[in-house]
Every structure is written in structure tokens, then in C-alpha cells.
Write a protein that binds this ligand. Structure first.
Ligand code: ADP
Ligand code: MG
Length: 624
């Protein structure tokens, strides 16, 4: 009886290999771009349609291929880059496995057009699902163009598994960036659905980073450089004050290859220790140069994980290099370690250059009129003047009482801090003074809980979660009925974002508008904001949007609708935080608003907002 084991036909083997190499359109982009770099191109153009689901084309002006190579490049384990096993230890090219094109051709419609500089005519060849078309000669420009259409056309399960265009485009942009970051000497252009997303002419490293990250990146960067026998380190790190809540801007490259490495990330974070606000992440663009033989980049098919011979020394060198740069450019000196995050100068003040705040504190003047939202104080003198909070309550009770708490998050420093903006700290003494006469119904415990006596005992409310719930329902209601009220900003706010972030914002645009955001400009690298939801302040806007982008990217509460997720994220950013002192009126307003909610008992993240303690419960404790 003959055996049952058979060799798989080539096209099946290729399809299986493709599963490893090609997970999504971005994988194809990475392979094609890397091949173009390896081909010595000085100009590379990426054209993408529908986030790569319909078309991915990479056009280069590199060495091109002759007839034989044009056919051979689609064979598995066909590569011009290594010849023998030892070559693996001295790699200077991006590719070497010789399986990318074979894999891609197995699961898509591929067209190759290529011409070497010495050849008069170029070659056209189509491969569909591993089947070769006829090889044709044609008049073609020098270099190579691969176009990949209908990815996964023969593996419906994979195709269905692809995410939305926004998500897939984000991956494509990531891959494009990673290659462009490492080759400033090559011009890169990218087009998506007929519009140019990136235009990166040949430049130096710093210009390239700025070209990719956009906006005001230049002013945020500090160079880093160190040369040792183990590794050469160069690149740029972000000044701590520009750190962000998301980890989007952290890049390691080893021998011009993007890698992920938690251990080295830790080294960088260790160097920033004490310089960052909690939960904030610095940017970094760090290029390591190590002897090719001292690393193993073969351990992962997409080659983003690298093993170093001497990781511990590298850790120490990297940490000290980052520390050195931070110290040398005296970035740390200007930082106040003790300050509270909520007291930081709002982002927009960093970004605005010459505008003065436009607020002068006048003791005789009612300060609340200008606190929180500078442009919004119509009711400052109209409603009940007894307590400071009611002095800027909007006319209709339910409209937006939350703004009280929102402003408060910045108004109440737990310790007096000199750097707080004047109008923020001026508010405090008066409010304390006025509260002396109020009859106490609620009590704030540890700036965290609000204790309320009720008939049967007491309710203890978690202030942060409660406010999240209130804001969440408010945002959601605004978005679903498209009636959220918006406050006009005195000066439109210009905020810069990366293309990836802009794409994310664009996808959220309708929801953001119905939540109360008004955009007067939506460019490729920035937005101009004219109006914001009433329960936010201008200074919170950048953080709210950044957190939104980060949260949406991380698939935050994935099973929810987009509106839901946006409302969750905004509520999280804007809600009054644990540690914030609340006046009595504010405490009561918050508790009332909580119990007016549809689902008062849980936060938008499913955590309890309050607990009750009955008199019997208390009696029991005393009976012991
Ligand atoms: P690898 O890059 O690992 O060698 P690939 O399957 O990506 O494997 O490519 C196979 C071969 O095809 C490469 O080694 C190279 O010789 C050739 N090739 C691929 N893309 C290009 C290009 N854009 N220009 C010139 N030659 C190319
Ligand atoms: Mg390759």
C-alpha cells in the first residue's frame, strides 16, 4: 500500500505561505515598498484605492528586471539578496526570504511592469492566483511597477476578515511611514483614492520626520546621538512637555528596519522617569545601527521582531543616551515635578504664539463669569447669586449644569501652585467663604466620594464615575437627536494631526458634529475648530480629541456603536476627576444629575457609580 503523505502542489503551498506573509493590504504595501528600496530606487510612489482592498501599486525607478528575473521573482524562495546561509548573518537588504512576491501572486491579481536601464523595451507580466499570463514586451519607463488588485479574491474568508477602510488605511499608512522614516534619501509619495496623502521629497532625517509627522513637530524634537562599539544611536526624541496620551509616535529602527521591542522601549521610558505626567507617552524616533551579525531578524515572518546579542548593554546605552539628550537640551529643568496634570497650561496655550489670555482678574468683578469658558458667561449675573456655582448656571436647569464641574477640574488646585493661571486660583477663597452659611446635605470624602444622607441610610457616590455617566448620557443624547448645543469659541482653535489621525477624525466627523463640535477647516494635517460641546472647555479640546483618536484606534469597547464609543471616550476625558474638590452645590447637582440618568447605577464602563448603606447595615456594624 502506498503512503498517504503527498507533497502539496506549489500554488497551495504558496497560498499557505501567503497566510503568514500577507495578513492585510498593509502587508503587501510593506513588501512592495521594501523591494523598491532594495532595488536602489531614488523615488517611490505608492498608489492605493479603497485602503488597498481594490488596488495597491508601487512604482519605483530602481534597477528593474530582465525577462528571466521577471518570471523568477514570483517563485517561492527566489531571491537575489542572499545566496548561502551565511549571508543571513550579514544582511544589508530589507528582503531576503524570497517569498513575498510568490505569496502575493498566489492570492491576488498582480501586474508587473519593469525595465532595466540598458534594455530598450520593458516587460509586462500578469499573475493571477499563481497562474502566469503571457509575458509581453512594451515601451516602459525605467524601474518597476507592481500593481496588486483584488487581494484575497480566492480566499473569501480572508477578504471578509478585513476591517473597515479606515482601519486598513491606518495600517497602510503605518507601513508607508515606517519605510519612509528610514530612507530620507529616497523621495516617497503616496496617493489614496486620487488624493495625495504624503509628498516627501529627498531630505535629511529631521526634515523627513517632520514631513511625516506634520504640523509643528520640528519644535518638539531633541536630537540624540551616541556611538559605541555595541551600537550607534541617532535620531530624535520628543520634549517631555509634548508627550501625548497615545503611544502613536514611538519608533525604533534597527539597521534601517522598523522593529518593536518592549525592552528597549522600557529603556527610553526609564530615561524620561519623573519628566512625564502620568499616563503620558513621549515621542521618539530612534535609529540603532548594530553590526549585522549581532542581530537575528529572522525570527518573525514580517521581521518586526529582532533579537540582539547583548540586549542588556544596549538597554544601558540607550537609556543614558536619552537621558543625556534630555539633560543637554535642559528639557528637564523647565519642568515642575509636583504639578497636577489638571493645572498644566492648556495645550492651546502652548500652541498659540502671541495671543495673551485676555483675562484680567479684578477682585470687584464676579470672577465666575470668566472662569471655565471664557466666552460663555451670559447668565453670570442673572440667576441665584448665593453660591459660586449657581452664579454661572445656564438659564434652563437641565441644559448644561455639567459645565460647572468641567471648569472646576481646572479651577481647584489641591495645593496652591504658582504656575496655575491666575484666574483659576482666584476663585477659591470666595467659594469657601460663601459656603460657610450653607446647610450641609452632602459631604465630600477624600475628594473622591460624595456622601449623601437618605431616608434609609446613605448613598456614597463615586464622583468621577458619576460624572462620566452624566456626561455620557448627555453626549449620547446630543448625538442621537443631533441637537447637542455647541459653544462658539472666541478664537478658532487650530489643531495639528497626522494623516492617520486625520483619517480617524474624518471617520468620526458626523458624530463629532452632532456632539457639538463645529469645524471650519478640515485640511490634510490640521483642523480648525470653531465650536465645541457646551460641557467642555477650550483647553480640554486637544486632549479630548487626542484621547478619542487613541481610544477609537484601540477598539475601545469594541462591541458598541461609534456614537457610543465617542460618548464614552469624551465622558472619560471631560469628567471631573478623583482628587477634585467640589463645592456643596456642585456635589448636590452632580448627585441629582446622576439620579436623573437613565442608568444611574453604572458608569459608561460598567463600573458601579454608587453604593448604599442602610441604617440597618450601620446598626449591624455597631452590634458587634
Ligand atoms: P526578497 O525581497 O525576499 O528577495 P521578494 O519575493 O520580495 O523576495 O522578491 C523576489 C526578488 O524579486 C527580489 O530578490 C528581487 O530580485 C526581485 N524584485 C522584487 N521587487 C523588485 C523591484 N521593485 N525592482 C527590482 N527587482 C525586484
Ligand atoms: Mg522582498
Amino acid at each position: 500500500m502506498s503512503g498517504i503523505i503527498q507533497l502539496l502542489p506549489d500554488h497551495v503551498a504558496n497560498q499557505i505561505a501567503a497566510g503568514e506573509v500577507v495578513q492585510r493590504p498593509a502587508s503587501v504595501v510593506k513588501e512592495l515598498l521594501e523591494n523598491a528600496v532594495d532595488a536602489g530606487a531614488t523615488e517611490i510612489r505608492l498608489v492605493v484605492k479603497d485602503a488597498g482592498k481594490t488596488l495597491i501599486q508601487v512604482i519605483d525607478n530602481g534597477i528593474g528586471m530582465g525577462q528571466e528575473d521577471a518570471l523568477a521573482c514570483f517563485q517561492r524562495h527566489a531571491t537575489s539578496k542572499i545566496r548561502k546561509a551565511e549571508d543571513l548573518f550579514d544582511l544589508h537588504t530589507k528582503g531576503f526570504r524570497g517569498e513575498a512576491l510568490a505569496s502575493i501572486a498566489a492570492i491576488a491579481h498582480v501586474e508587473l511592469r519593469t525595465r532595466r536601464s540598458d534594455d530598450e523595451l520593458g516587460i509586462k507580466l500578469q499573475v493571477e492566483g499563481g497562474k502566469f499570463g503571457e509575458l509581453q514586451q512594451d515601451v516602459l519607463p525605467e524601474g518597476t511597477s507592481f500593481s496588486v488588485k483584488n487581494l484575497f479574491f480566492n480566499i473569501p474568508a480572508r477578504r471578509n476578515f478585513l476591517k473597515s477602510d479606515t482601519v486598513e488605511l491606518r495600517h497602510v499608512l503605518d507601513e508607508f511611514q515606517r519605510v519612509a522614516f528610514t530612507h530620507p534619501e529616497i523621495a516617497f509619495y503616496m496617493h489614496h483614492n486620487n488624493s495625495e496623502v504624503y509628498h516627501l521629497p529627498e531630505s535629511n532625517l529631521r526634515q523627513r520626520i517632520v514631513g511625516i509627522m506634520g504640523g509643528r513637530t520640528n519644535e518638539k524634537l531633541v536630537p540624540i546621538q551616541e556611538d559605541t562599539a555595541i551600537a550607534g544611536i541617532r535620531g530624535f526624541i520628543g520634549k517631555p512637555e509634548f508627550s501625548k496620551k497615545s503611544r502613536g509616535e514611538q519608533f525604533f529602527f534597527v539597521n534601517d528596519r522598523f522593529i518593536r521591542n518592549g525592552y528597549l522601549h522600557h529603556a527610553v521610558m526609564a530615561a524620561y522617569e519623573g519628566l512625564l505626567k502620568e499616563g503620558f507617552q513621549p515621542s521618539y524616533f530612534i535609529y540603532l545601527e548594530v553590526p549585522a551579525a549581532s542581530i537575528d531578524i529572522n525570527i518573525h515572518p514580517t521581521k518586526t521582531e529582532v533579537k540582539f546579542d547583548d540586549e542588556q548593554s544596549l538597554y544601558a546605552i540607550l537609556r543614558s543616551a536619552v537621558k543625556h539628550s534630555l539633560g543637554q537640551f535642559s528639557v528637564s529643568a523647565s519642568l515642575d515635578f509636583e504639578r497636577q496634570p489638571e493645572l498644566d497650561t492648556p495645550y492651546d496655550y502652548h500652541r498659540k504664539t502671541s495671543e495673551s489670555p485676555g483675562i484680567e482678574v479684578d477682585e470687584a468683578f464676579n470672577p465666575f463669569a470668566s472662569a471655565g469658558n471664557m466666552s460663555l458667561s451670559p447668565s453670570a449675573t442673572s440667576s441665584a447669586p448665593k453660591t459660586r456655582t449657581s452664579s454661572y448656571l445656564p438659564k434652563t436647569e437641565t441644559a448644561s449644569w455639567e459645565s460647572l464641574y468641567v471648569g472646576l477640574a481646572q479651577e481647584e488646585p489641591s495645593e496652591p501652585i504658582a504656575s496655575a493661571m491666575e484666574f483659576e486660583s482666584e476663585v477659591k477663597p470666595l467659594s469657601l467663604f460663601e459656603e460657610k452659611n450653607t446647610v450641609s446635605k452632602t459631604y465630600q470624602l477624600h475628594r473622591k466620594y460624595i456622601v449623601n444622607p437618605i431616608k434609609s441610610g446613605m448613598v456614597i457616590v463615586d464622583q468621577q464615575r458619576a460624572h462620566q455617566r452624566v456626561l455620557y448620557e448627555q453626549f449620547l443624547a446630543g448625538m442621537t437627536v443631533h441637537q447637542a448645543s455647541s459653544q462658539q469659541l472666541l478664537f478658532p482653535l487650530q489643531l495639528f494631526f497626522q494623516p492617520v489621525e486625520m483619517a480617524c477624525l474624518e471617520e468620526m466627523l458626523p458624530s463629532l458634529q452632532s456632539a457639538g463640535f463645529g469645524f471650519s477647516g478640515f485640511e490634510s494635517d490640521h483642523v480648525i475648530i470653531e465650536g465645541i460641546p457646551v460641557s467642555m472647555t477650550e483647553s480640554e479640546t486637544p486632549i479630548v480629541l487626542e484621547s478619542l483618536i487613541a481610544d477609537m484606534g484601540e477598539g475601545f469597547g469594541n462591541s458598541f456603536s461609534q456614537n457610543d464609543r465617542i460618548a464614552q471616550s469624551m465622558a472619560k476625558s471631560v469628567a471631573v476627576k478623583t482628587g477634585t474638590l467640589l463645592s456643596e452645590t456642585e456635589q448636590q447637582e452632580l448627585v441629582n444629575a446622576l439620579f436623573a440618568c437613565k442608568e444611574p447605577m453604572v458608569s459608561p464602563f460598567g463600573k458601579p457609580t454608587c453604593i448604599t448603606l442602610s441604617v440597618e447595615d450601620i446598626d449591624k456594624k455597631f452590634a458587634l
